[in-house]
Design a protein around this ligand. Structure first.
Ligand code: CTP
Ligand code: CA
Length: 224
């Protein structure tokens, strides 16, 4: 049997992926975070590496180990994730934002552990909005091809396309949402200028490979 030679679809490309949740401190022992295992983002980083790319994975706290051959940078907060992404984005061909970034950070972070009081008063938290990392990258003059994710709990078709337009990105991947958090399988819908197309329900690594294939095709078309 003669195997036909297939050049790797992302050979020579630099790919930056964000994954996992971010963690925003309340005090030295507490914080707020989002539901995200990091599995989808890590699977995408692995698939991009398999496709021949040089991959940097900027990851919030997860229980996962870095995929083989992928350079991982660990962060906690959205601000740290933003700073790492911005410091590396200039050399990237592709940016895939999979992280479940906390939309808000606590304004009045306590320097010491907040103690319960005798009167049982509950603490009040104030919030500031975090910077939108994906939108910040998409707003750059010289920017990589940008791919976003959206996990919605309802109206995925309408919200997905609206989000893609608002962030001004060519491709947004919609997720049926919280039903698949932490699980090994997922269902994705791709939103682009031509409308929306579902990828069939599959395990996250299979989906990640299909998605990388779809992205590589669009990247190649973009370069023409
Ligand atoms: N994202 C980001 N930085 C943020 C918030 C979101 O980079 N501060 C990215 C996510 O990684 C994802 C995309 O933006 O790729 C969409 O995230 P999502 O939370 O679905 O959208 P938001 O714009 O935050 O809108 P909302 O949470 O209100 O639905
Ligand atoms: Ca959000």
């Amino acid at each position: 049997i003669i195997a036909s030679f297939q050049p790797k679809s992302l050979a020579g490309k630099c790919v930056l992926v964000t994954a996992g949740p971010t963690f925003e401190p309340i005090d030295p022992v507490r914080g707020i975070t989002n539901l995200s295992s990091g599995k989808m983002g890590y699977a995408i980083a692995r698939a991009a590496r398999e496709a021949g790319a040089e991959v940097t994975l900027v990851s919030g706290p997860t229980a996962l180990s870095a995929p083989f051959g992928v350079h991982r940078v660990n962060v906690q907060t959205a601000e740290q994730m933003h700073d790492v992404v911005m410091s590396r984005v200039a050399t990237q061909d592709l940016f895939i934002a999979v992280a479940a970034v906390a939309d808000w950070r606590v304004r009045n972070v306590a320097a010491q552990k907040i103690k319960k009081t005798a009167e049982s008063r509950t603490p009040s938290l104030e919030f500031d909005e975090n910077v939108d990392i994906l939108a910040a990258v998409a707003a750059l003059d010289k920017k990589p091809y940008c791919v976003g994710f959206a996990a919605e709990s309802e109206n995925l078709l309408a919200y997905g396309e609206a989000k893609r337009r608002k962030k001004n990105i060519p491709l947004l991947v919609g997720n049926i949402g919280h039903q698949t958090f932490g699980q090994d399988e997922n269902e994705l819908i791709l939103f682009d200028d031509n409308g929306h197309t579902p990828l069939p329900f599959a395990d996250k690594q299979t989906l990640a490979r299909q998605l990388i294939g779809e992205i590589a095709q669009r990247l190649a078309r973009n370069a023409l």
